[in-house]
Design a protein around this ligand. Structure first.
Ligand code: ZN
Length: 186
C-alpha cells in the first residue's frame, strides 16, 4: 500500500433508482509516481481498481485507485502490485481519513450511526497505539520537561507527535503505509 498526495474532484453525480442523488463519481488526480519502497527503482501503473469512500458530507463516492508495480524485474514488488491511495483515503476503511480524524478528536458531527462511530473510535485508538509503537515517529524534544505526557491517550499522543496539522491522522497513516513499520497493507 502506498499513499501519496493527490487531488480528488467530483466528475459526476450518481443517481439512485428513485431519481435522487445516491453518490458521486470522483476522479483522483495523482501527482508523480512514487519510487519503489523496497528497492528505490521507479514504479509504473499496472491497472486500476474501484473503491468506495464516504466523506464528511455523508456522500458515498466511487474512486478509481491505481495499482503500481516496480520496474526492476528482480524486485518483489515487480510481481506484487501495491495500491496507490490518495491521501485522505485509508487502507481498507470505508469512511475517509477526515471522518476518522473527527472521531479521533471526539467530534460527533460525523456522517455515521452511533454504533459505527464506536467502531471507528476503537479502530483509530488501536491504530494510534500501533503507530506510536512502530517507532516511525521519533519524539522530537530535547528538553526533558517537553516529554509528552505519558498519561495521555494514544490519540492525543499521536496528534502531538505529528504536530497536529490539519490532516494529522491521514499523514500519520500515510507515513506508516509507505514504510512498513509492522503495518502491511497490500
Ligand atoms: Zn522495487
Amino acid at each position: 500500500m502506498l499513499i501519496t498526495k493527490a487531488q480528488i474532484i467530483v466528475i459526476e453525480d450518481i443517481t439512485g433508482e428513485d431519481g435522487r442523488k445516491a453518490g458521486e463519481r470522483l476522479r483522483v488526480l495523482y501527482q508523480a509516481i512514487p519510487t519503489c519502497g523496497e528497492c528505490g527503482h521507479p514504479m509504473k501503473i499496472r491497472d486500476f481498481v474501484w473503491r468506495t469512500i464516504i466523506t464528511m458530507s455523508g456522500c458515498r463516492g466511487r474512486i478509481r485507485v491505481r495499482r503500481l508495480v516496480c520496474t526492476a524485474a528482480d524486485c518483489y514488488l515487480h510481481t506484487h502490485p501495491r495500491r496507490n491511495l490518495p491521501r485522505g483515503v485509508l487502507p481498507h476503511r470505508l469512511y475517509s481519513a477526515e471522518v476518522h480524524q473527527a472521531v479521533a478528536e471526539g467530534r460527533d458531527d460525523v456522517p455515521c450511526p452511533p454504533n459505527t462511530l464506536h467502531r471507528i473510535l476503537k479502530w483509530v485508538r488501536q491504530m494510534a497505539a500501533c503507530l506510536i509503537a512502530s517507532g516511525l515517529f521519533p519524539l522530537l524534544c530535547e528538553n526533558v520537561n517537553d516529554l509528552p505526557d505519558e498519561t495521555a491517550g494514544p490519540l492525543e499522543r499521536l496528534k502531538n507527535i505529528t504536530g497536529g496539522g490539519e490532516d494529522w491522522f491521514a499523514q500519520a497513516v500515510e507515513r506508516a503505509a509507505g514504510r512498513g513499520g509492522g503495518l502491511h497493507w497490500a
